[in-house]
Write a protein that binds this ligand. Structure first.
Ligand SMILES: C[S@@+](CC[C@H](N)C(=O)[O-])C[C@H]1O[C@@H](n2cnc3c(N)ncnc32)[C@H](O)[C@@H]1O
Length: 291
């Protein structure tokens, strides 16, 4: 048995805050409980689990993987080593989609390619009125079947079980459905979300050891020039000549002009536009790919 304050005293000062969070998680209490109950003792089993957390944290395992969850767009998402930890800059894609759904009430289909743990599409659905939520048909695809297990768990957690998660390469698993949808006279535009891997081989090599060691490489690395997946997505999109896609993509600012040109050249009417992130970098691309 050891008192909380004794336990924390053994740590380096820059470890204390995260250690408090981990301890609160183990004790199933709030962070404030740990801070204000330094005299409380913890049992040996909890201490062993705590020590193990600290050991793993010291070798760079992200806090989110130790806790098993991470906040995104005001919600809590399950995460593990099969999914990328959602980044705050990706919240823009959710904002933009919600705005489009509000302005264009006829849009009822959303496709999220490279859905990972499902944070984008789940956040969008969670922020719809119950009537709109019922109307929406939503798909998330991913090349990683283990990521899709996490996405399904998150959808259940947030009670948006209408999302269909499909395993496969970008739009491939949806091809028959989209072909059939395009044949409908009443086909409405589709929101196409993508936050695909976009690091060049060199950027990935330079990424922090913690990212490289613990986060899935197939969620980050995108070939020599970082455009491997977006280039393929553009090619896949050329097949669906009858559908209007409202593309909302997160991209690497270093490729923004190159990708914009590619979209413009492939779909001359698409009006691709770049948007800046909080650091004033072109992090997002929107385009309307029309029939
Ligand atoms: C940068 S993560 C984005 C995860 C999540 N959408 C988000 O915004 O946090 C990219 C995701 O794309 C998936 N992915 C990589 N290649 C893919 C492919 N060819 N087809 C579908 N998904 C792919 C990865 O498994 C990963 O989950």
């Amino acid at each position: 048995m050891i008192a909380i304050k004794e336990l924390l005293r053994e740590l380096k000062s820059d470890e204390v805050r995260e250690a408090e969070i981990l301890l609160a998680h183990l004790l199933k209490k709030d962070h404030s409980f740990v801070v204000s109950h330094g005299e409380k003792t913890i049992d040996n089993a909890t201490k062993r689990r705590f020590d193990n957390f600290i050991k793993r944290r010291r070798v760079g395992e992200p806090l989110a993987y130790l806790l098993g969850y991470h906040p995104f767009y005001g919600l809590t998402f399950t995460v593990n080593r099969h999914v990328l930890i959602p980044r705050p800059e990706s919240e823009w894609l959710v904002e933009k989609s919600i705005e489009i759904l509000r302005r264009h009430r006829d849009i009822t289909m959303i496709v999220d390619v490279g859905t990972g743990g499902g944070c984008l599409i789940i956040s969008i659905l969670k922020n719809q009125t119950p009537a709109k939520k019922r109307q929406i048909i939503a798909y998330g695809t991913d090349i990683s079947s283990t990521a899709l297990i996490v996405a399904k768990r998150n959808a259940k957690l947030h009670n948006v079980t209408q999302i269909k998660f499909l395993h496969g390469d970008l739009l491939k698993p949806l091809e028959p459905k989209l072909m059939a949808y395009g044949l409908r006279l009443t086909a409405q535009p589709i929101i196409l979300l993508a936050n695909l891997p976009y690091l060049t081989t060199d950027d990935y090599r330079r990424a922090s050891p913690s990212v490289k060691k613990f986060e899935p490489k197939n969620a980050l690395a995108a070939g020599q020039d970082g455009l491997k997946y977006y280039r393929r997505l553009v090619k896949q999109l050329s097949k669906f000549i009858n559908i209007e896609f409202r593309c909302i993509w997160e991209i690497d600012p270093c490729h923004s002009q190159k990708l914009k040109k590619l979209v413009q050249k492939t779909f001359p009417k698409s009006r691709p536009q770049l948007y800046k992130d909080y650091n004033n970098l072109d992090r997002y691309l929107t385009a309307t790919i029309t029939p």
